[in-house]
Design a protein around this ligand. Sequence first.
Ligand code: BEZ
Length: 211
Amino acid sequence: MAIRLGDTAPDFKAQTTDGEVNFHEWLGDSWGVLFSHPKDYTPVCTTELGMAAKMKPEFDKRNVKIMGLSVDPLDSHGGWAKDIEETQGTALNFPLIADSDRAVSDLYDMIHPNANDTFTVRSVYVIGPDKKVKLMITYPASTGRNFDEILRVIDSLQLTAQHSVATPVNWKDGDDCIIVPSVSNEEAKEKFPKGWNEVKPYLRITPQPNK
Ligand code: BEZ
């Protein structure tokens, strides 16, 4: 069955480059990002894994654990990891699932047969500390992901989890936010001491609360 936002992220046990992992146990109280790669030793995936490794400190800062997946076996991942370090300048520093039986790919609906019946598409799942799915993005095999965008959405998700705000178009960390419509002006006075600009009664702009 398709996974939808708000669903509990399916749990699984899998072989990874960091040993056997029980997904929910591995997540613990952290946020998580699970992302799939069509195949080992492919050019776009090589650049993506190098960039994800380079950006791992940014995920760590946000209490987010990252895990990749490819349908090739563990020995293939081992050889590819050497290439990633050599060509991208950063060693793999997070687990990569060896999903040769496609158990996890099927569980997360990462194989889209009308695109390719063998390889996974580039799926991204962001999972909250409550193990619920907060974001899903699907890219085609030929388009490398934008990890800055994934971090941007995580910043928004973490902000809105703590404050009664939403984030407007093209928002990035530090920009003004929107007071959610369910908060009355009376409540807003308490919650947003910096005040707000009421463009319309339903469009109230306030400085980012945690800055
Ligand atoms: C790649 O990762 O480079 C790739 C994988 C499958 C199709 C096209 C590109």
